[in-house]
Design a protein around this ligand. Structure first.
Ligand code: IPE
Ligand code: MG
Length: 234
């Protein structure tokens, strides 16, 4: 979700106003997923690297985050959204950690939409924590090194219980992954837009879904094998 700062700068407003506008776009995006039957949505809200932003911006984001947690959880629960947070929680204060845990416990039984909010998250962090957890099992003699294969690593990642993402959307005009779900994006379709995140609406998201629907996903196979319209297909 990129472009909050630039959205505010264009209006000569402080960056935090942009983050607030970005929070509104989050609600639009969740509504869209519920409406269209999208079952899993992962939002990259705050990266491992974002901690190094100016202190007042980080502090403002934390306040915004706490406020949103307080305001939105009832409504998310009512609408059948299961909320979880992925990332390095040890870097948050106790108050925010408690609120995150409460939101997760409260919405655990819901099954309309799996909403993962990546905070203090990095794809490299995720792979490192999976490796650490496997190494601990090896050191304790619970598994041998031979047991560490792709499936074992995938099973320890933050979103192990969800299918790998079908579609990745990046706003704000940048053409990069920026340490999002590195492992899980191996075969994800990538979609980029110059729109700044607060300007994203249902029509933008629909365009992304329509583009996605036109892609042929081969997962390393040939067009004929996946039964697409490759001209070598019979
Ligand atoms: C994304 O917007 C939100 C966060 C990273 C928290 P930015 O803050 O990156 O906005 P720009 O890139 O400065 O416009
Ligand atoms: Mg940015």
């Amino acid at each position: 979700m990129d472009g909050n700062g630039r959205w505010a700068q264009k209006r000569r407003r402080p960056r935090l106003i942009g983050h607030r506008a970005g929070a509104r776009a989050v609600n639009i995006c969740i509504d869209f997923c519920l409406d269209r039957g999208v079952r899993a949505l992962t939002l990259f809200a705050f990266s491992s690297e974002n901690w190094d932003r100016p202190q007042d911006e980080v502090g403002g984001l934390m306040k915004l985050f706490t406020g949103a947690l307080e305001r939105e959880v009832d409504e998310l629960d009512r609408r059948g959204v299961r909320v979880r947070f992925i990332g390095d929680r040890s870097r948050f204060g106790e108050g925010i950690r408690d609120r995150m845990a409460q939101a997760e416990a409260r919405t655990l039984q819901n099954d309309r939409l799996d909403l993962a909010i990546a905070v203090s998250y990095g794809g490299r962090w995720d792979i490192a924590q999976a490796a650490r957890s496997l190494a601990a099992d090896v050191a304790a003699g619970r598994i041998g090194p031979d047991a560490i294969d792709e499936r074992a690593i995938a099973a320890r990642l933050a979103l192990a219980d969800l299918p790998e993402p079908d579609l990745f959307i990046r706003t704000g005009g940048e053409l990069r992954i920026s340490n999002f779900l590195l492992w899980q994006l191996a075969y994800t379709e990538l979609w980029f837009t110059d729109l700044l995140w607060p300007d994203v609406d249902a029509a933008t998201l629909q365009t992304a879904l329509d583009d996605f629907a036109r892609r042929e996903r081969r997962f390393g196979l040939t067009g004929a094998q996946v039964g697409g319209n490759d001209e070598t297909a019979e």
